[in-house]
Design a protein around this ligand. Structure first.
Ligand code: AMP
Ligand code: MG
Length: 435
């Protein structure tokens, strides 16, 4: 474990920082933090930009699947014992007593020597136990000639073979995507209990920042971080609370941060966490009673990352509010989000599995370089070629202030501390990122 000193505080390695952060996260409560939603709203919420909802309690159905014995083919429902010895040379002739389309209740009970015309999905009539597909039959008016012996119970989908009533249909903690929504719809669960969306407050600090609609004065830049973070927060199914731009003034910052802590599960600020004269965030967190867990991480970009918790201060002793003071540089802010914040919010949101960062092995298409001291992330594109991942670093300057070449990023190649070079054609670990 490598540690070095920054401002008299310890700088954690990436793996140390990750362990601290993920341990601080307490997932939403399966009782208090849930709501019922219409199944149709469970997939995408109010807006297509929102991620899927997460099931908060297991679902059990009182229905068997299939609900009743039904035919898997268009053909004839027969009694196996009437046809089990037949062949083209020795066909069986059966009297057709009924025609059963899907969705219709059969009227007759099939007697020896009888059959029912049946279609895919239709109920198997009483007395019949097997379906002969129509391709193995010949029709002669109200008789059917069976040309081939079926297997016992062939082409009958037996009631309860996929699922039996009373068992667990879906576990808690899973994302409700199209397949799960299909299952719930089929089980007639039109209202489902899901976790509420975590609330994530966003604020940007900096005297130089303006909103994108304002004409730029000399020295000003647009607060792109709040837009990017808002999109990322929505994508993972959380609800952004955009608190806007706050000047580098301690009193204004303190007020906004206090408001954020009181109204959110997670607070993300960007800027003001470095060592500059106008970097006030950390002292404000302490003055508000926050416990600071991390001040810096041995990574590039993203070295200044403040992680704090606020617990019990509003009489709410359930879950501490998690505070992430992200660096201001646009690339650093997003890399820190992808590497540490996104998994933390996913864990908090109630996901039972799959909230951890996902790395894949890829071949580097070009050589990848770092300063060698800090764990370094190089942004770019992960592509599949002949079933193998390849990583193409973004063209142009890999500089944490250059957000322009961040566009199309879907992977961050990792150069571990101490590894200054990965040659073209060598294998590299790549963090998959949602953008
Ligand atoms: P800071 O961490 O406050 O020292 O900011 C580092 C750099 O990131 C400075 O060049 C800032 O202008 C820039 N920056 C800070 N906040 C934002 C933001 N919200 N959007 C875009 N750039 C920012
Ligand atoms: Mg600043």
């Amino acid at each position: 474990m490598k540690r070095s000193e920054v401002r008299g505080d310890t700088m954690l390695s990436v793996s140390e920082a990750e362990a601290v952060i993920f341990n601080l996260v307490q997932p939403l409560n399966t009782q208090q933090d849930t709501q019922f939603v219409d199944l149709l709203a469970a997939g995408d919420g109010q807006s297509p930009a929102f991620g899927s909802r997460i099931l908060a309690s297991p679902v059990v159905s009182q229905l068997d699947f299939p609900h009743w014995d039904n035919s898997a083919m268009d053909g004839y429902a027969v009694r196996y014992e009437d046809v089990h010895e037949c062949s083209e040379e020795k066909p069986a002739a059966l009297e057709i007593v009924e025609e059963i389309p899907a969705g219709v209740q059969p009227k007759s009970t099939i007697q020896p020597g009888q059959a029912a015309r049946i279609f895919t999905g239709a109920l198997i009539p009483a007395g019949a136990d097997t379906v002969v597909m129509q391709e193995r039959t010949r029709r002669e008016e109200n008789r059917v000639i069976i040309l081939d012996a079926p297997k016992p119970q062939e082409f009958v989908r037996q009631r309860g073979t996929y699922y039996q009533a009373g068992q667990q249909l879906l576990p808690a903690g899973i994302l409700l995507k199209a397949p799960e929504i299909a299952v719930l719809a089929a089980a007639q669960c039109t209202q489902v209990r899901v976790f509420r969306r975590p609330r994530v407050a966003l604020l940007s600090t900096g005297d130089e920042l303006v909103t994108p609609d304002k004409p730029l004065q000399p020295g000003q830049i647009v607060d792109s971080n709040q837009y990017a973070l808002s999109a990322l927060v929505r994508q993972i199914g959380a609800e952004p609370l955009m608190l806007g731009i706050v000047k580098d003034e301690p009193e204004a910052l303190k007020q906004t941060i206090a408001h954020a802590i009181a109204h959110a599960d997670v607070v993300l600020s960007s800027g003001g966490v470095s060592v500059g004269d106008y970097d006030y965030v950390e002292q404000i967190l302490e003055s508000l009673g926050g416990k600071i867990h991390i001040r810096a991480i041995a990574t590039k970009p993203g070295k200044p990352l403040t992680v704090a918790t606020f617990g019990n201060i509003f009489g709410n002793n359930a879950r501490p509010v998690l505070y992430f003071g992200l660096p201001g540089n646009p690339v650093s802010a997003l890399v820190s989000f992808w590497r540490f914040v996104q998994p933390a919010i996913k864990k908090l949101s109630g996901l039972a599995q799959g909230w951890e960062p996902a790395f894949v092995k890829a071949l580097a298409r070009q050589e990848l370089r770092s300063g060698g001291k800090l764990e370094t992330y190089i942004w770019g594109q992960l592509c599949l070629k002949d079933g193998m991942y390849e990583f193409q670093p973004a063209g142009g300057l890999q500089n944490s202030a250059n957000l322009i070449n961040l566009a199309q990023t879907n992977g961050l190649a990792v150069l571990p501390a101490g590894k200054a070079l990965i040659a073209a054609g060598e294998q590299v670990q790549v963090l998959r990122v949602e953008s």
